[in-house]
Write a protein that binds this ligand. Structure first.
Ligand code: NI
Length: 135
């Protein structure tokens, strides 16, 4: 077993409440174990694309809070920067605050990854899921 490092984190209350409910339903008895599994899944998801090369096509699904100041402007700006990669996009006003966007992409794996990273690291972006296949 690898060495263990202790870290402390901050969480939005509602996110932690949802997380605790889900892991309790799944049968987790340790929050640390559930967080480790979630991080492992995040790492494997991102590592996969980092190792890929060549042309891919698919959809980026993004959920964000449109009331976060400046976020819509930033997200639009990023999408214009990657216009060569984006074939089409669809916007759904999901709830009072949340917007769902489906962004169809086609291009180099490394570029799709960079676009995903630019979008997902912005404050107010809650989820960015990528579903792609090699072309
Ligand atoms: Ni909207």
């Amino acid at each position: 077993m690898s060495e263990i490092t202790r870290i402390s984190m901050t969480f939005p209350q509602d996110l932690l409440k949802d997380f605790d409910e889900i892991i309790a339903n799944m049968g987790y008895t340790s929050r640390s174990k559930a967080i480790q599994d979630a991080v492992r899944s995040f790492v494997s998801e991102h590592k996969w694309l980092q190792d890929e090369e060549g042309e891919f096509a698919g959809v980026l699904m993004m959920l964000y809070d449109h009331e976060v100041k400046g976020l819509e402007h930033t997200l639009t700006h990023i999408q214009h920067e990657y216009a060569h990669l984006i074939c089409s996009s669809m916007h759904v006003h999901l709830t009072e605050r949340d917007c769902l966007e489906a962004i169809a992409v086609k291009g180099e794996a490394s570029e799709i990854r960079r676009l995903q990273d630019h979008l997902s690291t912005k404050r107010g972006v809650k989820i960015v899921k990528l579903m792609i296949i090699p072309v």
